[in-house]
Design a protein around this ligand. Sequence first.
Ligand SMILES: Cc1cc2nc3c(=O)[nH]c(=O)nc-3n(C[C@H](O)[C@H](O)[C@H](O)COP(=O)(O)O)c2cc1C
Length: 223
Amino acid sequence: MPKILGISGSVRKGATEYAVRQALKETEKYPGVETVYWSMRGKKVGYCVHCDACIRNKSMCIIQDDLQELEKLVLEADGFIIGSPVYDMNITAQLAAVFNRLRPMYLVYPGHLQNKVGAAISTGGTRHGGQEMTNLAIINYYLMHEMLVSGGLGGCYNGGTLWTKDGKAQGAQDDEVGMDTIRQLGNGVAEAVMVITHGRDQWLEMKQELNLSDDDRSPLRDH
Ligand SMILES: Cc1cc2nc3c(=O)[nH]c(=O)nc-3n(C[C@H](O)[C@H](O)[C@H](O)COP(=O)(O)O)c2cc1C
């Protein structure tokens, strides 16, 4: 059963929560797709303090808070839809903290996120308020973790973008063109997740037959 995890980087019940949930709803039309939603709202996730304990111990972050529940969901997911409100033309500090703290994923679970699919949604109060920049910050995170990116189907470019006029969920709903990018994004992610889910096993079998190993993986992964 392919699983798609939706994450909202907003600290309130507003436009981003609405948009991520709508995108997830779209993916649920695909056979067997299960969705899970996780929000920053009401969560306590501290900042990375660069103690390097994760690097020394090859462990996930040692700070105990609400991040651990997200770690479990991340490990189970085949696809990701991460949304953020635009804060000063970027993702929220809260979502940045999540990204920073999940950094050791590559050390503790090498290759686990490789070729999984990620997509980005941003909601801004202003029409051209930095939505594409915000999506790029999320996309860069996916790229760092060797994931594949879906911008959504036709017309989305780098993801879902909403102009909310600071109107929370109603503001999102009122942006008809923006909501279309959210639906198209849901379909694009679901399509890609179906492809990787059904193609992965076939490729692993083929790889074994051809005796291709992962031994030559770049040492850069350890940096
Ligand atoms: C600190 C802060 C900075 C913001 N910066 C921007 C910005 O640079 N561009 C923009 O379009 N909207 C900006 N906004 C407005 C929010 O992005 C917008 O209201 C968004 O839809 C809120 O999402 P939410 O309802 O999910 O919390 C900012 C809001 C806050 C609180």
